[in-house]
Design a protein around this ligand. Structure first.
Ligand code: WQD
Length: 354
């Protein structure tokens, strides 16, 4: 049996694929490469020393997706594919509803037709909207304030409804807080193809001198130093949360939701200072007006994942800053080759429908 990872060539998906391969799982990636490249798939194989099956497929292409389902027998699906920029979702809500919701419906339909009953869904802390209580528990109200968060919540509601309608399904919803960091090899991590939205890619662009300074969005929030506080979680810890969720699915029926965060909050200035300290780099920044839609504080209550998934994060903010910088310094496979790591080029199964 194989595990299907949709969006497996992405920032979070690639780390999860490396961890699944390390467990000798048979991994199939479906990714449309709209926000990644084949080099990521190469690097997954380079790091793990194992092969993956890769299909460049858009989830909305029902024919191609069904072909993948009929080519393999899947025990579980880890569903990460989707578009994830809050700003973009405000400008292009139709694209967000189409990619995230329609894509998921087509995926769930393929799963049903092929009798695949276990899924882990990548949701987001944005479903909470403006939190009433910090830290935020899974039972907190969900009132997303942007189309991206609305699509994630709509999919969560669909998954809960499916679990109510079919008692044979095993569904875990994981609400990510702020994933940062990179794989320790420096070969896979966050490398947005277009203009980044998130704090850490902007920081590394300033560090690389690709950007003159970092804009700090507001310094008069009701927080320790006036800048926004978030719950940053290392991508390795986020990935291990998925492995523990897979184990949980082994003997669980129904639909359960978990926060994946570090459970601690850091302000923008604390992140800037940590990055400078750990990497010995000075970062230029300037305070500008607040970004529309930002909340002051967003920190996860992770007690439920600790209890039911037996999962705890263990990377520090220093690890996150060190690894985020390392990947920016590493070139691509070429550098890895120079370091004596050989990659066996292989033809990818780019799906060309007959
Ligand atoms: C973090 C902090 C900003 C950029 C988003 C999505 C969420 C999830 C994680 C997908 C905030 C400040 C940022 C900059 C800044 N993604 N900031 N200058 O907004 O908490 O969450 O990413 O699921 O869905 O909403 O993350 O990294 O954009 O911002 O001062 O140039 O950094 O104000 O306080 P956010 P972020």
């Amino acid at each position: 049996m194989a595990i299907l990872v949709t969006g497996g060539a992405g920032y979070i998906g690639s780390q999860i694929c490396v961890d699944l391969l390390a467990l000798n799982k048979d991994v199939v990636i479906v990714d449309d490469l709209s926000n990644s490249t084949l080099e990521v798939v190469e690097n997954i194989e380079l790091i793990s020393g194992k092969k993956v099956h890769f299909f460049q497929v858009d989830l909305k292409n029902k024919i191609e997706l069904d072909l993948v389902f009929r080519t393999f027998r899947f025990s579980e699906v880890i569903h990460l594919a989707g578009v994830k920029s809050v700003n973009d979702s405000i400008q292009n809500p139709l694209e967000y509803y189409s990619q995230n919701i329609l894509g998921t419906i087509i995926l769930l339909d393929c799963m049903k037709k092929n009798n695949v009953k276990k899924i882990i869904f990548s949701s987001s802390a944005t479903v909470y909207g403006v939190p009433e209580k910090i830290p935020i528990a899974e039972s907190a109200k969900t009132e997303p304030i942007n189309p991206y968060g609305l699509t994630k919540l709509a999919i969560e509601q669909l998954l809960n409804a499916l679990a109510n309608a079919n008692k044979d399904l095993s569904i875990v919803i994981l609400r990510y807080f702020n994933p940062i960091g990179a794989h320790e090899s420096g070969l896979i991590g966050e490398k947005p193809l277009s203009k980044p939205n998130n704090l850490m890619p902007f920081i590394t662009q300033v560090a690389m001198k690709e950007r003159e300074y970092l804009n700090v969005f507001g310094d008069d929030y009701d927080t320790k130093d006036g800048t926004g506080v978030r719950d940053y979680i290392h991508i390795a810890d986020l990935s291990s949360g998925h492995i523990m969720a897979l184990n949980y699915l082994d003997d669980f029926k129904g639909c359960e939701t978990f926060n994946l965060g570090s459970g601690t909050g850091f302000s923008v200035l604390e992140i800037i200072n940590a990055f400078q300290r750990v990497n010995g780099i000075h970062l230029n920044y300037r305070v500008v007006e607040k970004r529309k839609g930002d909340v002051a504080v967003c920190i996860a209550d992770i007690a439920k994942a600790a209890l039911l998934l037996n999962w705890r994060p263990n990377k520090t903010i220093e690890d996150m800053c060190k690894d985020s910088w390392k990947i920016q310094q590493m070139q691509s496979v070429a550098l890895a080759k120079e370091e004596g790591i050989i990659i066996e080029k292989r033809k990818y199964e780019l799906w060309i429908p007959q």
